[in-house]
Design a protein around this ligand. Structure first.
Ligand code: GLN
Length: 461
């Protein structure tokens, strides 16, 4: 089996099927095939290659690839071609993975359904009347539909895990700092983390192993070498004596009956496999969503200030009157950003303004510390925590887009991990009994214990 044959297979599937899903915003057939052929040639010369060499990959369109269109699903960046590679992209090129193209997302990664993409929503391959999750719905749909064997996403409040849950794929948010964010177009820098989207835990481990490691170009990158996750799951799943905590706050009111039923059944199976199960109280999780929806927009308002119509991306001159820098900026941002992005910039700017800073942003930072303390206490009692990844299965298009609160509530279970910087992943655990759509189970582990999280997830898979 050559890489050229494998890569051609996936490119042909994209050509044939992606009109149904809109998972890809850009496909690089020539580039992917050139890499595939080069790898085949090096292999035939007997060169030792990376274990993922020749395996094609799709990238969320907020990761920059030199010369390849990168839009963040925004009109603001339409037509822009980055002059450099993200660190994860450089590692992928170095290892010889053909890059199939760029996947759809909610504009600038803000959303839970991909309905906020300026280039149309992505559809869930399980049922095209339903959302594929968000913001990374494109990467999840591509993997779920067999258009790509591997993909990368970014997770600020669940954008890898919730799409994973609702498309029946594996989605991982590594420990904050484990993966360099250099070249990931920033949404909320203290929460953002790049991670794998795959079909199996072993694939995710191999991909995380490839992209991790210290990077001097990212000041929040962790020092020292990363743990070998592939080696740590190779021992095989064993739950004997593993203490698993079920988070009391993530699973009651607001959770779909069919999701809870599948979750409870999985918990029983974990018990039967030798794990000890206990309920763990994380009282401050009740405030995590509110804190996130202040901290995240505050950082968004600052990070998105760079899109000013001057340096790159869309430039719109005012229809009449003088062409001053401020007026070009206002016209460009007015035309380039969608409603949700504007809403968050305004919210964040307000939360950071003099007079309300302490009441909003300051209070949210305190809640963030309390969430972290809940987790420190919880991990004093148990090895990992689990919950449903999302309160519902994939909902229908339009169902939540008019009611922002219900959309934001879909992130209730994924947000604590971002606030605390801990690793968390979603692994499929069957179909919901009520609507037959995929359900994800979330595993959370203490910071730097990604290997432990993978080992437990491998036993659930
Ligand atoms: N749904 C979350 C939000 O809208 C997720 C964002 C993300 O993880 N990029 O903010």
């Amino acid at each position: 089996l050559t890489s050229e044959a494998v890569t051609t297979h996936f490119l042909d599937r994209i050509d044939a099927l992606d009109t149904n899903y809109n998972a890809f915003l850009h496909v690089d057939r020539d580039g992917a095939l050139a890499t595939a052929r080069e790898i085949d040639e090096r292999r035939s010369r007997g060169e030792t290659l990376h274990r993922l060499a020749g395996v094609p990959i799709a990238l969320k369109d907020n990761l920059v690839v030199r010369g390849m269109p990168t839009t963040c699903a925004s009109k603001m960046l339409e037509g822009w071609r980055p002059p450099y590679d993200a660190t994860v992209v450089a590692k992928i090129k170095e290892a010889g993975l053909p890059i199939l193209g760029k996947t759809n997302l909610d504009e600038f990664a803000m959303g839970s359904s991909t309905e906020n993409s300026a280039f149309g929503p992505t559809k869930n391959p399980w049922d095209t009347t339903r959302i594929p999750g968000g913001s990374g719905g494109g990467s999840a749909a591509a993997v779920a539909a067999g258009l790509a064997p591997l993909a990368l996403g970014s997770d600020t409040g669940g954008s890898i895990r919730q799409p994973g849950a609702v498309t029946g794929t594996v989605g991982v948010k590594p420990t904050y700092g484990a993966i360099s964010r250099y070249g990931l177009i920033a949404m909320a820098s203290s929460l953002d983390q790049i991670g794998p989207v795959t079909r199996t835990i072993a694939d995710a481990a191999a991909l995380q192993d490839l992209i991790s490691g210290h990077d001097p170009a990212d000041s929040t990158s962790l020092p020292g070498p990363a743990a070998d996750l592939t080696a740590s799951i190779a021992e095989g799943p064993d739950l004997t004596g593993v203490r698993i905590g079920v988070v009391k706050q993530l699973g009651g009111e607001g959770y779909q009956a069919g999701v809870l039923e599948r979750f409870t059944e999985t918990v029983e199976a974990l018990k039967a496999a030798g794990a000890t199960i206990s309920e763990v109280d994380c009282p401050n999780f009740d405030y995590a969503l509110a804190a996130y929806y202040l901290i995240m927009p505050a950082e968004v308002s600052s990070n998105l200030a760079r899109f000013d119509g001057m340096r790159y991306g869309l430039r719109v001159e005012p229809a009449e009157g003088p062409v001053t820098a401020e007026r070009v900026m206002a016209a460009s941002r007015g035309a380039g950003f969608g409603d949700e992005v504007k809403r968050r910039i305004i919210l964040g700017t307000h939360a950071l303004s003099a007079g309300v800073y302490d009441a909003y942003y300051g209070a949210a930072l305190k809640v963030r510390t309390l969430v972290q303390r809940d987790l420190v206490a919880a991990f004093g009692e148990v090895d990992v925590l689990i919950s449903p990844t999302a309160p519902t299965t994939a909902f229908k298009f339009g169902e939540k887009s008019e009611d922002l609160m219900s959309m934001y509530l879909n992130d209730v279970a994924t947000i604590p991990a971002n606030l605390a910087g801990i690793p968390a992943l979603s692994v499929p655990c069957g179909l919901a009994s009520d609507d037959q759509m995929p359900v994800g189970l979330q595993v959370l582990a203490p910071a730097f214990e990604d290997a432990r999280m993978y080992r437990v997830a491998a036993a659930i898979e």
